[in-house]
Design a protein around this ligand. Structure first.
Ligand SMILES: Cc1cc2nc3c(=O)[nH]c(=O)nc-3n(C[C@H](O)[C@H](O)[C@H](O)COP(=O)(O)OP(=O)(O)OC[C@H]3O[C@@H](n4cnc5c(N)ncnc54)[C@H](O)[C@@H]3O)c2cc1C
Length: 429
């Protein structure tokens, strides 16, 4: 079996993997970038709409254009890229070897990569009908939204003529517009929650601008059709109950499911990385290191992001932290370092937070709210005392919140956990 050795192996060459690899290489580290697909870019390659790059490049780019910029960084750094290569397993370092052993399958057969550190950047996959258990028939014509995006944008195939979007995630919203522009009549988007789960800008630009109705607080109660989808049945939700007596039928031949993404972490779990049950992503400290020392995570594998710009920024932080960790490791090989961090817990109105612990150093914290709030205050408290507060004009569950947290003046390593909350109004800043 062929063996190669690197300081770091980055698994996945989407926005996260490319940005992490380029950062590690800029720090003088040998790094291999591995992807099971034939090209770099990941999900960006099928996102032909614009809306990428505004934060990072100050320009509005399409997904492939955004990917091309990151790919240029990887290519110009001379980073070895292994396409069509799937990482099957990561064996933890043995006491004498002190390197991870990654088994990689490709047309060349099975190869072994040895590395002191690993960056997980495997992205996410879509929830499907089985995950959300929609009752009814099982006809042809039910797709996940991302699959239809691929069919139209890459394969050149329009899957039907009348569509209903189930869910209001960003991919579904973007596909409502894409289908309309491809000549398909989009009858409605149907959302279980009382608010959209995608970005506000996508609701405006992809539904309202095309007069596509959005039914909030509605359940999809049945898919109807023997061979091909003929209709869906939807019913309003009131006081937590589905009012089936007020159900209505929407004729259509195509159903797109936009009901969320799940981080791809089977490989991480097999490696012994602990996962957060809310995000389905690794639990990481403020350096974005998992609880397996030397294994870092960034991008959608860590938590589902709304913007590729934020994925790339997070991955650069993971790459920098990985390089710092390698420096420290080489300075004192074999001595396990212990991070002096305090657990960070999601409190009132916070669905999750990344990272899961805070260091005394300034740290970017990303989180999502449970419900929409206008004029919220984000607070961080330790044992009841306020360490940090920041006013936010509004928060929405579909839009990630990113705050630079500095608790240097107040945090106590020996005290209890910190709790991050989103409070209505002004809080106690
Ligand atoms: C439909 C859609 C529309 C979007 N629209 C916008 C937008 O308008 N603006 C914006 O800023 N953002 C948008 N985003 C968000 C943004 O595109 C993503 O958050 C970002 O691109 C995710 O990057 P990633 O590297 O984490 O994951 P991915 O791009 O999914 O990359 C993961 C890579 O890992 C590889 N991989 C997985 N497992 C293995 C393995 N075991 N071995 C080897 N390789 C592996 C995969 O093949 C893949 O290439 C959109 C996302 C989607 C899905």
């Amino acid at each position: 079996m062929k063996r190669s050795g690197y300081d770091a192996v980055v698994i996945g060459a989407g926005a996260a993997g490319m940005a992490a690899a380029a950062t590690l290489s800029a720090r003088g580290r040998s790094v291999a970038l591995v992807d099971r697909e034939g090209d770099m870019g990941g999900i960006l390659l099928q996102c032909v709409h614009n809306g990428f790059g505004l934060h990072r490049y100050g320009e509005e780019l399409t997904g492939p254009e955004f990917a091309a910029r990151l790919e240029k960084d990887v290519r110009s750094a001379g980073i070895p890229f292994f396409p069509n290569a799937t990482v099957l397993s990561i064996a933890p370092p043995s006491p004498d070897e002190r390197r991870f052993r990654l088994l990689v399958s490709s047309a060349r057969g099975i190869e072994e990569f040895l590395a002191r550190s690993v960056v997980l950047a495997m992205g996410s996959r879509e929830r499907n009908r089985g995950n959300v258990r929609i009752p009814g028939d099982r006809p042809a014509g039910v797709f996940t939204a991302g699959l239809v995006q691929r069919l139209i944008n890459i394969e050149g195939y329009v899957p039907g003529s009348r569509a209903v979007i189930v869910g209001s995630g960003d991919i579904g919203l973007i596909m409502a517009r894409r289908l309309t522009l491809s000549g398909v009549t989009v009858e409605a988007a149907v959302e279980l929650m009382p608010y959209p789960s995608g970005l506000a800008r996508n609701v405006t630009q992809c539904l309202e601008d095309f007069s596509i109705p959005l039914y909030l607080s509605h359940a999809t109660t049945r898919i109807i059709g023997r061979n091909r989808v003929e209709a869906v049945e939807i019913a309003p939700i009131e006081d937590g109950a589905v009012r089936t007596e007020r159900a209505r039928i929407i004729p259509c031949d195509t159903v797109l499911l936009s009901v969320g993404l799940v981080p791809e972490n089977e490989l991480s779990a097999r490696t012994g990385v602990s996962l957060n049950p809310v995000t389905n992503g690794p639990i990481v400290d403020s350096r974005l290191m998992t609880d397996v020392p030397g294994v870092f995570a960034a991008g959608n594998v860590l938590h589902v992001h709304d913007l590729a710009d934020r994925v790339a920024e997070e991955a650069e932080r993971a790459g920098t932290a990985c390089a710092d960790w390698l420096d420290a490791y080489e300075a004192a090989p074999g001595r396990p370092e212990t991070a002096k961090e305090v657990p960070l817990i999601a409190g009132r109105n916070v669905r999750y937070t990344v990272p899961s612990s805070l260091s005394p150093e300034p740290t970017p914290v990303l989180l999502r709210s449970m419900v929409p709030l206008d004029s919220a205050t984000l607070t961080i408290r330790q044992d009841g005392s306020l360490l940090f507060a920041k006013r936010l004009a509004w928060v929405r569950p579909g839009e990630m919140v990113r705050v630079d947290v500095d608790v240097r003046s107040g945090i106590r390593a020996q005290a209890g956990a910190c709790t991050v909350s989103l409070e209505n109004g002004n809080g106690e800043a």
